[in-house]
Design a protein around this ligand. Structure first.
Ligand code: ZN
Length: 171
């Protein structure tokens, strides 16, 4: 594999707020992106990563909570049940944790990296990660779940991240 590295986009980068496009035709390029995304996820000690986080506005996600690697294309939640609340972090919002309420159990429909349809049932942490990554595909971030009190606490840190993101965009 060539020495390609994907750079993780940080809060303030507009790509994180864009709606990711569905993938119409799955190609080798998508398989390569998914592999590189998995690599970046493991390197960042993350348990999930969505393509917008590496600057690609397409519906691709990877996740691994310790039970194996998922590489999914065009994932969507078709059923959600119960609720859970977890402190979540995000590789694109480093240093910040926000309490997020999500469904406890979900059913997903997606395609695998070869375009085959897959139905996945997940609960607990894995369900949480899938919901987090699918949020990314909609341009949604954990900070959007912050309560007013959370926001007061994290606003300075977010401003710093935004400043950093801007500087990185300079030629
Ligand atoms: Zn995230």
């Amino acid at each position: 594999m060539p020495e390609t590295r994907l750079k993780i986009k940080v809060f303030g980068d507009p790509v994180l707020r864009k709606k990711a496009k569905p993938v119409k035709r799955i190609t080798a390029k998508h398989r390569e992106i998914l592999s590189l995304m998995a690599q970046s996820m493991y390197e960042g000690s993350g348990i999930g990563l969505a393509a917008p986080q590496v600057g690609i506005s397409e519906q691709l996600i990877v996740a691994d909570t310790g039970e194996g690697l998922y590489k999914l294309i065009n994932p969507r939640i078709v059923k959600a049940q119960g609720s859970q609340v977890n402190q979540e972090g995000c590789l694109s919002v480093p240093g910040i944790c926000v309490k997020v309420k999500r469904a406890k159990k979900i059913k997903l429909e997606a395609q695998d990296e070869f375009g085959l349809p897959c139905n996945i049932e997940a609960e607990g942490l894995l369900a949480c990660v899938f919901q987090h990554e699918i949020d990314h595909l909609k341009g949604k971030l954990i900070v959007d779940y912050a309560t007013l009190l959370d926001k007061i606490k994290i606003v300075k840190a977010l401003r710093e991240l935004k400043k950093k993101a801007k500087h990185e965009d300079l030629p």
